[in-house]
Design a protein around this ligand. Structure first.
Ligand SMILES: Cc1ncc(COP(=O)(O)O)c(C=O)c1O
Length: 440
């Protein structure tokens, strides 16, 4: 399928009718930026119910790693669905879950024996990580970072600090959770320059939180996104992760990498933390892992994941159909798509850096592979956030036949399926160019 290809005004009549019905029955908490109503998809192209085709640079929030309905993934799902749909891996055994555990052992970014817990989503994978960290360390404290997103169930939400609305009205949060500044290097929270940065943003954790609020020997884990996702696709300086690893090691604190958005090949490596040469003790993965079927995984060092039967479980977690989709997805990632993400991502990044020279509103272009953020500012010196303009760009891209999402207060995120071709990347950047040219 080629895209963009627009046949009706947007939204078309069928889309309009569905959106009207949705407005009467679906939770008001969902955040829809524009009226896209999906009918079908193939690769990095999606078609709406009126036959309009869009280039998909959102991938259902960084989920459809192998593209929409990849034939190998669909075949694996169909094959498993014909055998059995569910048996609960909590109480019974089935091979696809075991196989996925073996594969996670091969791909998880740390050495030594590992074990995996299977859930249904990113937030549940993080709930498991929080519980496991507390259980195995017998310590209560969890440290997270400002701007992070870890999910919306009560434990994960206590770590999430991307937008206040996500927490507003839901307190009190989990006790013994603390937040410290992330390495948002474009807006360094401690005013340092990249040339001389020693990850001083971590001084607040080391010299304030661990001195005044909680003793290090009461901290179970530091939970960190290797590259912040919802917070704005923020890539930290390498010394940030290095110093964090040293600090956590020194105090016997578990380092948990939330790879829900940055994992599964998106950055051109299987996991985002691999760009930083640091080995965590535990990772969580979801989103892209099963190309769109619900699955969350928490993989930890085997000595950490040694809780007794009954300590934690999930009826649906590690559903066999989701596991089959994950096995097919990981196979595709390893054989070709991770490489494609690295190559097409680098190509797209070059094109976007060119665009930055042309449009003063682009303050920063950053990312790895096909996890790319573009921060819009009203003034490159003051870095005043161009939030309204960012929202206009998201909508104007839709009007031109491209799906993108925002991230953070004023960034655009490009998180297409990892099957994106160079020609599609060029089309996407061309649309952005056109749209940015229309901004006053
Ligand atoms: C880094 C990260 N962790 C956790 C989550 C939560 O995942 P889910 O929405 O599947 O619960 C997200 C979702 O955006 C995420 O980006």
């Amino acid at each position: 399928m080629d895209a963009p290809l627009l046949k009706t005004p947007l939204p078309g009549p069928k889309a309009k009718a569905i959106i009207e019905r949705d407005g009467k029955v679906v939770s008001t908490s969902y955040t829809r930026d524009y009226p896209f109503v999906m009918a079908r998809g193939e690769g990095a192209v999606v078609e709406d119910v009126d036959g309009n085709r869009f280039l998909d640079c959102a991938a259902g929030i960084a989920v459809t790693a192998t593209g929409h309905s990849h034939p190998q993934v669909v075949a694996a799902i169909t094959d498993q669905a014909q055998k059995f749909l569910h048996m609960s891996g909590t109480d019974f055994y089935y091979e696809p879950q075991v196989r996925l555990g073996e594969i996670m052992n091969e791909v998880a970014p740390f050495s030594g024996p590992k074990r995996s817990f299977f859930a249904n989503s990113g937030t549940e994978a993080n709930e498991a990580a929080i519980k496991l960290a507390r259980y195995s360390s017998k310590r209560p404290g969890i440290i997270a970072f400002l701007g992070s997103f870890h999910g919306r169930t009560m434990g994960s939400l206590s770590l999430t600090s991307s937008k206040a609305i996500q927490r507003r009205g839901f307190g009190p949060q989990l006790s013994s959770t603390f937040h410290t500044p992330y390495a948002t290097c474009y807006r360094c929270p401690v005013g340092k320059r990249p040339e001389s940065c020693q990850a001083e943003c971590l001084n607040f954790l080391e010299d304030q939180i661990l001195v005044h609020l909680i003793s290090p020997d009461e901290v179970a884990a530091v939970v960190v996104e290797p590259i912040q996702g919802e917070g704005g696709y923020v890539v930290p300086a390498p010394q940030f992760h290095e110093r964090l690893r040293e600090l956590t090691k020194k105090h016997g604190i578990l380092l948990v990498c939330d790879e829900v958005q940055s994992g599964m090949g998106r950055t051109g490596k299987m996991f985002g933390i691999e760009h930083f040469g640091v080995e965590p003790d535990m990772i969580t993965a979801a989103k892209g892992i099963a190309s769109g079927l619900p699955l969350g995984v928490t993989t930890a060092r085997a000595e950490v994941m040694s809780w007794p039967p009954g300590a934690h479980a999930s009826t649906f977690g590690g559903n066999p159909v989701s596991c089959a989709a994950a096995l097919a997805t990981i196979d595709l990632l390893r054989t070709s798509l991770m490489q494609n993400a690295a190559e097409v991502g680098a190509y797209m990044m070059d094109l976007l850096k060119g665009l930055q020279e042309k449009h003063a509103i682009i303050g920063d272009v950053r990312g790895r592979g096909l996890m790319i953020g573009i921060e819009l500012v009203r003034d490159r010196v003051t870095k005043e956030r161009a939030t309204t303009e960012r929202n206009q760009v998201v909508n104007a891209c839709f009007d031109r036949g491209m799906l993108i999402l925002g991230a953070g207060q004023n960034a655009l995120r490009l998180s297409p399926p990892l099957v994106l071709t160079k020609a599609q990347a060029k089309t996407a950047v061309g649309i952005l160019d056109e749209v940015l040219a229309t901004l006053k």
